[in-house]
Design a protein around this ligand. Structure first.
Ligand code: KG4
Ligand code: ZN
Length: 363
């Protein structure tokens, strides 16, 4: 064991290093994790509801809430067993309080509050988006201020992360989130749910210049996105091709997927490039960080790497399992807050809507 590791183990045994339990239940993943102050993930247990929602081609809120309720106690016990810890050895309990599907959020918040009340532990109310935003500090020790592109199924934003609870929003989507656009286009192409990874796989065999899809907002003022026009163009192309060929052939599917991805790459290069320029004028940005499920897309990752290089910044992307929804990020956001002396009241209410810019900076 390296010297630093030995010291960390000793400090942990002496109780110097704190441990936070994280709970996530805002969308279609139920997750519990235990994270130590030095960033060590002591345990994580996660159940995805993808199979339950697949027949409907998207997340059904009522099904999600019931599935969270059915899984969460088991996952809590599994995580505690895996870490070999008892509740009295934990310093704080962090739960996603929003934004998200309210039925699911309530399930996680109730467990978090109950554990905190029963064991007399600090309760931390975590904004799910802050969980995504701070993950790169756990995985890559990124320093503030950094630029964050948050691209998931429900969110699509460009931000400057100035500190814990301190976010400047430079732009966001005017309509669909990027992951949502991937999911909807995949569904139109008859690809399985969740559509993002399936569309990426289909695109690998296709011709990216087969169809000239629009590049919404490219070259315009501001740092916003819009994906609904692109989605409509994909739908019209599919209808035309089906009328011509009689059905959706594997070749058409691959070409549409590749052309869609090419349009997305072009839009991202323009919009993110613009926002980076704005951010770098105002702040000593340390990195271009990407978070959210869409960050798992390899072609997007390659495009953003080129962009980061052009802005003389490192590109920082968490591993795929920490890009999609998980409880490690919630525990870590809790750790950042605990370190800063934050403790939330048990009366805090779950929220369906909770923009990052409504948080209060933690000093
Ligand atoms: O962060 P996440 O797990 O959940 C939300 O908070 O939304 O993101 C899920 C989204 C889905 O829309 C999914 O299709 C998309 O991320 N996604 C991808 C890829 N993997 C996941 N989109 C494009 N390419 C991928 N490889
Ligand atoms: Zn998320």
């Amino acid at each position: 064991m390296a010297l630093a590791d030995c010291r960390r183990e000793r400090e942990c045994k002496k109780g110097i290093m704190r441990i936070v339990l994280g709970i996530e239940s805002s969308c279609d993943e139920t997750a519990v994790a235990l994270v130590r102050e030095d960033g060590t993930v002591l345990a994580q247990a996660l159940a995805t509801q993808q199979a339950e929602h697949a027949p409907f081609g998207g997340v059904v809120p009522e099904i999600a809430a019931r599935a969270h309720l059915a899984q969460i106690d088991r996952l809590y016990m599994q995580a505690m067993r895996e870490a070999g810890l008892t509740l009295d050895q934990i310093d704080a309990i962090a739960a996603t309080t929003g934004p998200g599907l309210i039925g699911g959020v309530i399930v996680g918040v109730m467990l978090g509050k109950a554990l905190a009340a029963a064991a007399g532990k600090t309760f931390l109310s975590i904004n799910h988006l802050e969980g995504h935003a701070l993950t790169v500090r756990l995985t890559h020790q990124v320093q503030f201020p950094y630029f964050l592109l948050l691209i998931s199924g429900g969110h699509c934003q460009q931000l400057v992360v100035r500190g814990v609870g301190d976010y400047v929003r430079l732009g966001g989507t005017k309509d669909d989130a990027l992951g949502e656009a991937f999911d909807k286009c995949a569904k139109m192409l008859g690809l399985p749910y969740p559509g993002g990874p399936a569309l990426e796989r289909a695109a690998r065999g296709g011709n990216a210049s087969a169809y000239a899809f629009p590049r919404p907002l490219k070259g315009t003022e501001g740092c916003d996105f819009s994906f609904s026009g692109l989605k409509t163009a994909v739908r019209l192309t599919i209808e035309k091709e089906v009328a011509r060929a009689g059905k959706l052939t594997p070749e058409i599917i691959a070409d549409v997927a590749a052309s869609f991805e090419a349009a997305v790459l072009d839009v991202l290069a323009d919009r993110v490039g613009r926002a980076l320029t704005v951010a770098q004028k105002e702040y000593p940005i340390t990195a271009l960080a990407v978070a959210g499920g869409v960050a798992a897309n390899q072609a997007i990752g390659a495009g953003l790497r080129t962009l980061a290089q052009a802005h003389a910044l490192p590109l920082v992307v968490a591993p795929p399992a920490l890009c999609t929804d998980n409880a490690v990020m919630i525990a870590w956001a809790g750790m950042e807050r605990l370190r800063a002396g934050v403790a939330d009241d048990l009366s805090v209410a779950p929220r369906a809507r909770w923009p990052l810019t409504e948080l209060t900076p933690v000093i």
